[in-house]
Ligand binder design. Structure first.
Ligand SMILES: Nc1nc2c(ncn2[C@@H]2O[C@H](COP(=O)(O)O)[C@@H](O)[C@H]2O)c(=O)[nH]1
Ligand SMILES: [Mn+2]
Length: 358
């Protein structure tokens, strides 16, 4: 169900919890010059000035600050040739070793920090077999890669903010053309980097792999809404008009393969990009460390293994810090935006094998 406020919709149901600060940020974006409609997803959460988990449609002007610094961040999903039953996680961890150092080439093939990750997942439940992709192999593991444009997007945003602050750029201006060229480069860089990460990991496991989908969730595009042509900004929102999408939960929760519905225009053709954060990064250690030593997070309640040598990150990205992904999926389904196709269970989550930062 949606919750309307002038030109704003928030996709939520009775079980959706959204932090008040995120709603305040969303309502502020709705007042920006040229803004026609904003759509908050059930994973709406506060960001640095602007919310995460939302889409924004404007005319005549666009706002690089709404896209943020991780331009092109997204999710790629690969079908691997690794047999789910015959490949114990401990063996996969050993074969993988570290992929923290950049490879030579035009992209580093590294994941980056924060909540970027690569995860092997096992098909766990199939709800709509007829909607599975043609290359689907139910007995083999899937590889989900979540990464962005690394330092590149951050540099583009910094340069923009130094010159223009948080102002929008008038379409057809030289400044808009300059930003768009850089944005498109970062978008492509991020996509190629996810493919390079997948290729690097699959090579270590001596497995073939086929890309089932690759969708950015932080990007700007030309689009139409209510008969007007304008600019669709997505910040932590997955496109609902490019076929199957994947909605990740957390390293200790399921992920879902979703088929978007036909009519998603009311939500600016967008879906949630994750379960959504419940706790801010900075509060996680305080909430968890008395009860849970960092090492206890290297195995999850679903039996998966976590490779994360950074103890601070073990707390910041703990499953407890995220909302229930099943609730997020239910809110999307109830709003008529998507149908769950399959549920995927984590087997091995890779964050960093590098040095320990206590
Ligand atoms: N399956 C996993 N999902 C995860 C993990 N860490 C975070 N997440 C989910 O991904 C999104 C990504 O959000 P973004 O704003 O950084 O793009 C987040 O909302 C979580 O729901 C993980 O290790 N495994
Ligand atoms: Mn992301």
């Amino acid at each position: 169900m949606g919750n309307h406020y002038e030109n704003t919709i928030i996709i939520q149901n009775q079980n959706t919890w959204i932090e008040g600060a995120a709603v305040v940020q969303l309502r502020h974006t709705a007042t920006l010059n040229g803004m026609r409609r904003v759509a908050g997803m059930p994973d709406l959460q506060p960001g640095r000035g602007y919310p995460v988990g939302a889409a924004f449609f404007s005319t005549g002007v666009f706002y690089p600050a709404l896209i943020g610094g991780d331009i092109g961040c997204g999710m790629g999903l690969w079908q691997t040739g690794l047999c789910a039953r015959r490949t114990p996680p401990a063996k996969l961890v050993k074969q993988l070793g570290s992929i923290d150092a950049p490879e030579a080439g035009d992209v580093p093939a590294t994941i980056g920090g924060g909540n970027h990750f690569a995860e092997l997942q096992c098909p766990d439940q199939i709800y709509r077999a007829e909607l599975l992709p043609p290359d689907w192999h139910g007995k083999h593991l899937l590889l989900l890669v979540h990464s962005g444009s690394r330092g590149l997007g951050g540099q583009i945003l910094r340069e923009h903010v130094e010159r223009f602050g948080h102002q929008g750029l008038a379409e057809n201006s030289p400044e808009a053309a300059d930003y768009l060229a850089k944005h498109d480069h970062a978008l492509d860089f991020a996509r190629r980097n996810r493919a390079a990460i997948a290729a690097r990991m699959l090579a270590r496991w001596r497995s073939e792999g086929t890309c089932l989908l690759d969708l950015p969730h932080n990007f700007l595009q030309r689009a139409e809404y209510a008969g007007e042509t304008g600019w669709l900004h997505r910040k932590g929102a997955s496109p609902a008009n490019r076929g199957l999408t994947v909605l990740p939960g957390s390293r200790g929760d399921y992920s879902y393969l979703l088929m978007p519905a036909e009519n998603t225009g009311f939500a600016l053709d967008s879906l949630a990009h994750g379960a959504g954060r419940k706790w801010q990064r900075g509060e996680c250690k305080g909430r968890l460390s008395r009860k849970y030593p960092a090492d206890s997070f290297r195995k999850t309640a679903l039996g998966s293994v976590v490779v994360c040598a950074d103890k601070a990150l073990l707390y910041e990205e703990a499953p407890q810090a995220y909302k229930s992904v099943a609730d997020t999926v239910a809110a999307l389904e109830q709003a008529g935006l998507a149908t769950a196709v399959a549920r995927l269970k984590p087997v091995l989550t890779y964050k960093t094998a590098g040095a320990c930062h206590d």
